[in-house]
Design a protein around this ligand. Sequence first.
Ligand code: HEM
Length: 140
Amino acid sequence: MLTTLLLWMHFIGVGMGMGGGIALSQVGPRLVAAPADQRGMLWTFEIFFARIGAGGLVLLLVTGPLMLWLKFGGAAGLGAWFVAKMMFVVLALIGVGLHEWAGRRFRKGDEAAVPLMFIGGRAAGVGIVLAMLCAVFTFN
Ligand code: HEM
């Protein structure tokens, strides 16, 4: 029962990560293209969707290890697909971190941080999608 609910929360985390990322892929370029004095509303969306995405990742990082511990008794025996999944989880984390850090710099007026925001966002997207691929190969 508990582990089933954790898996449900794990999927909510996937949905939040994907949903936040897709929304940011639309808000980000419009934010960058807008004149500085017209970015107010776009920053509201940017910050909100970034929180949703990062919140999803936190949910994944909490529920994943709990399931691993409670349901599988650890990662031993899960094999190469699980190792690959963890590497893509790390890529997603680095991407979100870079996007967040560069976003803060851009908000303070540093336009040079924009390419780093895009790189971070794309790394996060690739990481989460490939982590899902490796997850289904691990557990099916
Ligand atoms: C970007 C982060 C992550 C994504 C996108 C992700 C995605 C997924 C998906 C799609 C499944 C379902 C696989 C299936 O049932 O066929 C799954 C299951 C699972 N994930 Fe993750 N995951 C992430 C992070 C983690 C982390 C950090 C851990 C643990 C260290 C973890 C541990 C697990 C476990 C144990 C299951 C199996 C649950 C079960 O079948 O009952 N996940 N994950």
